[in-house]
Design a protein. Sequence first.
Length: 224
Amino acid sequence: MAGLTLALANKAYSSWSLRGWLALKMTGAAFDEVVIPMRQADTRVQILKYSPSGLMPALIDGEVVVWESLAIIEYLAEKFPHAGLWPTDAAARAHARAAASEMHGGFLALRRAMPMNMRRAFPDARIDDDVGAEVNRIQAIWREARRRFAGASGEGPFLMGAFSAIDAMFAPVASRFTSYPVDLESQAQAYVDAVLAHPPMVQWRDAARAEPWMIAEYEDDGGA
């Protein structure tokens, strides 16, 4: 048994689970993984075995339980200080944390209209003005991070150069941008392509597509 356990919801749909899982993969630490499918008769009972909030993901490290994605990232950054979850440069680190927090608490129109689905695309989904404005804001965040800080940790295609916690936070959005009809700037599209080609992201996507569970509301029209 590994010392760490990460409890997750469906990989096909759970954007928050993906964020915590990508951060944990960055550490290189061995961990056990428990996937608890949503919308089952015993889902809440099973989740409460790991998460006091009744939500996923939850990280268990001995007596320590961390039940929220951004808190998981911060816990892992402290436990594995050499893993590079946040940039070493103070200005870059502050910028990355601010962008991650904005992602964490914002973009509600996009979340409602474009739920994550790793299995399929929704080319006919309607993108209204509110969602379009949020897509533009996300592209601006990505553009500014690349412009100011992409060279801070060496060459690389991610927001701070090397893959870091800010990329884990935006990875579900990158996935959404391949599932829904959004027009991206060339630089934003290159970033999406880099995230989707990131080996842990490929591993997650393959596992998501192999899951047996389906939730109808995430499969019919993409929430449009």
